[in-house]
Design a binder for this molecule. Structure first.
Ligand code: ADE
Length: 342
């Protein structure tokens, strides 16, 4: 199968060659420089990182010095960047590099990934930017660029989306892995901007970008937060009259399931005595109330916990519509939640 990302490789490499910014940590491919800058860039914008980076390198120009720095000095250098555990992890990892790697920075993704504070992204960034190992470095910028190129509406907040894009990138990363990965990051920061503001006319990938070609850049990437779920307890009535007709009613015209029909129901759970009173309040005179089934129904962001009762009445009233079970099945739209109780 042809990989849809293959056409981005050459234009991206060429564009990056001509447009890369001169940033202090790009002056060489020294892993110590790339590492510190990548950790700082995870929490702060490039302009602010410049100052922190320069001060950090003045104070601690080598891994060895980082490994022995006293905690107060370290935290002072990190002051204002936040996430202080990241600074502590830097020192821990520097200690491991000195002790277990003879002071030489590990060169491959797998070994980098073992160090404290170095996750998939940072290991991929160091391995590719410094050593051209053909591994991806997928952060928010890269997810945005790639989902737009692919026209993918996958939710970029999901781990599965990140895994999927990592897999697709793995298949096309060229020998110049560092230039390729850094080019993607750079494109995400300079051209393929978030919030529907990409500068597509200057983008080297517009010819192969599905989102651009189909006018979807405002909709992609999709960032869908996990919805907070609400649990609702319901008592549902299967009310039969002497002829076997069953009471239904139309839900009002707003909100969940509006306009559909439903079995009469009330919020909450009740004793059978209380149910007699409630049903009287609906203009019914029940001769029997028997517990029927309990069922759960899951909507997008609400879970109904339904406790149902069979109710017998001699006389129908005109508050409800009284229909045969056959009519109910064939002529009235009844949500699945209620069908579960029939
Ligand atoms: N964002 C994070 N790392 C970056 C890098 N090396 N170049 C450009 N943007 C980045």
């Amino acid at each position: 199968m042809k990989n849809e990302l293959l056409p981005i490789v050459e234009p991206l490499l060429r564009w990056f060659e001509e447009n890369r910014r001169a940033l202090p940590w790009r002056e060489d491919r020294e892993p110590y420089h790339v590492w510190i800058s990548e950790i700082m860039l995870q929490q702060t914008r490039i302009e602010a990182v410049m100052r922190y980076y320069a001060r950090f390198m003045d104070a601690l120009p080598t891994v060895e010095q980082l490994s022995t720095v006293d905690d107060d000095t370290l935290l002072k250098l990190w002051e204002g960047l936040g996430y202080y555990s990241r600074a502590r992890n830097l020192k821990k990892a520097a200690g491991i590099i000195m002790r277990d790697h003879g002071g030489v920075f590990p060169r491959c993704y797998e070994q980098l990934r073992q160090l404290p504070g170095i996750g998939d992204y940072t290991a991929g960034a160091i391995a590719s930017l410094c050593f051209d190992e053909r591994v991806p470095a997928v952060d928010g910028n890269v997810l945005r660029v790639i989902t737009r190129v692919l026209g993918s509406r996958a939710n970029v907040l999901l781990q599965t989306t990140k895994q999927d894009i990592t897999r697709q990138l793995c298949a096309v990363i060229p020998e110049q892995a560092g230039r390729f990965n850094e080019g993607l990051m750079e494109l995400g920061e300079l051209i393929c901007l978030p919030n529907g503001m990409p500068d597509c006319v200057r983008c080297p990938l517009y010819r192969c970008c599905t989102a651009y070609l189909q006018g979807l850049t405002a909709e992609i990437p999709v960032r869908q937060k996990e919805l907070r779920r609400t649990a609702v307890e319901k008592t549902v009535f299967l009310i039969h009259d002497a002829n076997g007709y069953i009471a239904i009613e139309k839900r009002d015209g707003q909100g969940l399931l509006s306009g559909m029909y439903q079995l009469p129901n009330i919020d909450g759970y009740f004793s059978v005595e209380e149910l007699y009173d409630r049903l009287k309040g609906m203009g019914l005179d029940p001769s029997a109330i028997d517990h029927h089934k309990d069922r759960k129904h899951v909507f997008t962001h609400i879970d109904w916990y339904m406790c149902s009762y069979r109710v017998s009445v001699a006389e129908p009233n005109d508050r409800f519509l009284w229909v045969s079970e056959e009519e109910l099945r064939s002529a009235y739209p009844l949500p699945t939640a209620f069908k579960k109780l029939l």
